[in-house]
Design a protein around this ligand. Structure first.
Ligand code: GLV
Length: 325
C-alpha cells in the first residue's frame, strides 16, 4: 500500500490525453511531456528525479537506471499500456515500487486491428492499394490477385487472454474455427461459446491457416516464433502479430516470407520498433502497420484515464485496480 501522500510529484513521460493529466493535476504536482516525439533518455532521467509516481508509455524503458535516477521516494509506476515489458518489474518489486497497467480498455480496439490484419493479409489489401497508388495498369480478371478465403479456415491463437478471446469472437463471425494455446484450457462457458480447441504450440502451428499472436512479451516468449517454428506452419498459412515485435524473429520471418515457407504476414509490431527489418519493406505478402492496436481516440483516452486512476488510487493509500506486482 502506498500510504497517504497529500501532494505527490507525478511525472508523465509522454504526451497523453489532457483529461487524464487534469485529473492528476487536481490532486498532485504534475510534470507532463507535451511534445509529440518520444522523450530523449537523458531528458527522461533528469525529469523523473524526485518523482513519487511515474506514468510511463511503452516507448520508455523503466529500468534500474531510471529508478535510480528517480530516487528512493518513487512509489508507483503506472504504465499506460497493457503490455509492461518496458518495465523491469523485478527491479521495481525489489525497491517496493508498485507497478500497474491498463488491461481491458484496449481489448476491442486491438482485436479489431488483429482481425483487420487477418483480412488485409489474406485478401492482399495493402498490395492492391499499392497497385492503384503506383498507377500500375490493372484489369479485373478471374485469376487476378487472388487471396485466401477465411471461411472454414482455422485461426490459431497463441495466448488466449482477453485480446485473444476478442479476436476469436470476431473470427468466428467471419466463419473461422478457433484453436488456441494457453497454460490451462478456457473455462467451459467461453470454450462452448467459441467451440475452441486447446492445443500445444506445435500442433497449432501445423494445423492453422492463420496464426495470430496475443501473448505477452517476456524472456520466455522472446523469438517464440523462430525459423524452426515457422517451418512447422503450413505453406498456405499467414502469421499475424499485434502483441510485441520480439515475440517473432523478424529476420527468420523475412526468410520464411521470401522462401514461401508461409504465405504471408500481417504485422502491427516490430522487433526493433520503430525500425522495421529492411527485408520486409519489399515484400508484397507482408502487411505492415505502425503499432496501431490501441490507436483510437476512445481507447487512448480510456488507457490514460485508467493509468491515472491506478496512480491516484495508489497515492491515496488504496489498492490500485490493476496491479502487476
Ligand atoms: C499496446 O501495445 C499496449 O500494450 O497497451
Amino acid at each position: 500500500m502506498g500510504g497517504q501522500l497529500t501532494m505527490a510529484k507525478v511525472v508523465i513521460t509522454g504526451k497523453i490525453p489532457q483529461v487524464a493529466v487534469e485529473r492528476l493535476r487536481a490532486e498532485h504536482d504534475v510534470t507532463s511531456w507535451d511534445a509529440d516525439v518520444v522523450i530523449e533518455r537523458a531528458e527522461l532521467l533528469s525529469r523523473v528525479k524526485g518523482a513519487d509516481a511515474v506514468l510511463s508509455l511503452l516507448t520508455e524503458k523503466v529500468d534500474g537506471e531510471l529508478l535510480e535516477a528517480a530516487g528512493p521516494q518513487l512509489k508507483v509506476v503506472s504504465n499506460v499500456a497493457v503490455g509492461y515489458n518496458n518495465i523491469d518489474v523485478k527491479a521495481c518489486t525489489e525497491r517496493g515500487i508498485k507497478v500497474t497497467n491498463t488491461p481491458g480498455v484496449l481489448t476491442e480496439a486491438t482485436a479489431d486491428i488483429a482481425m483487420a490484419l487477418i483480412l488485409a493479409a489474406t485478401r492482399r489489401l495493402a498490395e492492391g492499394e499499392r497497385v492503384i497508388r503506383s498507377q500500375t495498369p490493372w484489369q479485373w480478371g478471374m485469376f487476378y490477385m487472388l487471396g485466401m478465403g477465411i471461411q472454414g479456415r482455422q485461426l490459431g491463437i497463441v495466448g488466449m487472454g482477453q485480446i485473444g478471446i476478442a479476436t476469436a469472437k470476431r473470427a468466428r463471425a467471419f466463419g473461422m474455427t478457433i484453436a488456441y494455446t494457453k497454460r490451462s484450457p478456457l473455462d467451459a462457458a467461453t470454450n462452448a461459446e467459441l467451440e475452441a480447441t486447446h492445443m500445444d504450440l506445435d500442433q497449432l502451428l501445423a494445423t492453422s491457416d492463420v496464426v495470430s499472436l496475443h501473448c505477452p512479451y517476456s524472456p520466455e516468449t522472446h523469438h517464440l516464433i523462430n525459423a524452426e517454428r515457422l517451418s512447422k506452419m503450413r505453406k498456405n498459412a499467414y502469421l499475424v502479430n499485434t502483441a510485441r515485435g520480439p515475440v517473432v524473429d523478424e529476420a527468420a520471418l523475412v526468410d520464411a516470407l521470401k522462401g514461401g515457407v508461409i504465405a504471408g504476414a500481417g504485422l502491427d509490431v516490430f522487433e526493433h520498433e520503430p525500425k522495421v527489418h529492411e527485408g520486409l519493406l519489399g515484400l508484397d505478402n507482408a502487411v505492415l502497420i505502425p503499432h496501431l492496436g490501441s490507436a483510437t481516440v476512445e481507447t487512448r483516452t480510456a488507457m490514460a484515464n485508467l493509468a491515472a486512476t491506478n496512480a491516484l488510487a495508489f497515492l491515496a493509500g488504496q489498492t490500485p485496480p490493476n496491479p502487476v506486482n
